[in-house]
Design a protein around this ligand. Structure first.
Ligand SMILES: [Ca+2]
Length: 205
């Protein structure tokens, strides 16, 4: 039952009360406060560094691609939502790429689905995205990857990477209730569901 709280609840408290129905972030060191700890990188040694001004991952490329990724334990038939904040930082990099791949072993081996690829337009200010995908049967781990497209030139900044497991199966993203009558009837709709979209701009610190 809902319990009344004192009105002196701050703005932060209000935001928490309105949090979406997703569990905690599963990504290790998502905001890069601990350098690149927990992250693996793809590319040259110098391709991925920490931008110290406001810690985030800086992916620098010259006519190639580079990326960061993590392998995260996961459960089959759960809806996972991936997100990140992205910004271009010089050069001609105009798009980033996000992959979500599902594996049948806990160490991200034996892929069973994916990569589910999203190409994301960049601007010179921070922008975010969400992408939701259901884990297929047999899933034991997910690889979350963010980076540049092949033959890119310039720099991409990445911060606040997130992967959440849905506590509630459907996010009402489509605005349709058709799936709900189906679920109440006893059957599971299942399948793959992707809905990229903006999650707003980053607030300067
Ligand atoms: Ca950060």
């Amino acid at each position: 039952m809902f319990r009344a709280r004192p009105i002196r609840c701050s703005v932060v408290g209000v935001v928490l009360c309105a949090a979406p129905s997703f569990a905690q972030n599963l990504v290790t060191n998502p905001a890069f406060d601990d350098a690149l700890n927990g992250w693996s990188t793809v590319g040259q040694d110098w391709s991925v560094v920490i931008d110290e001004a406001d810690p985030c991952a800086r992916v620098e490329v010259f006519l190639e691609s580079a990326s960061i990724w993590q392998c995260i334990p996961a459960l089959e038939d759960k809806l996972y939502r991936q997100g990140a904040l992205l910004r271009r930082a010089g050069g001609t990099v105009s798009e980033a790429v996000s992959h979500l791949t599902f594996y049948s072993w806990a160490d991200c081996s034996a892929p069973i689905s994916g990569p589910h690829v999203s190409v994301l337009a960049l601007s010179s200010s921070w922008q975010g995205f969400w992408e939701s995908t259901r884990a297929p049967l047999g899933t034991q781990s997910i690889r979350i990857l963010v980076g540049t497209l092949p033959d890119s030139q310039g720099a991409l900044l990445i911060d606040d990477v997130q992967l959440h497991e849905a506590l509630f199966a459907d996010e009402f993203e489509t605005g349709a209730l058709g799936r709900w009558s189906h679920v109440v009837g006893g059957a599971s709709a299942g399948g793959h569901h992707t809905a990229p979209g903006l999650i707003g701009r980053r607030v300067p610190r």
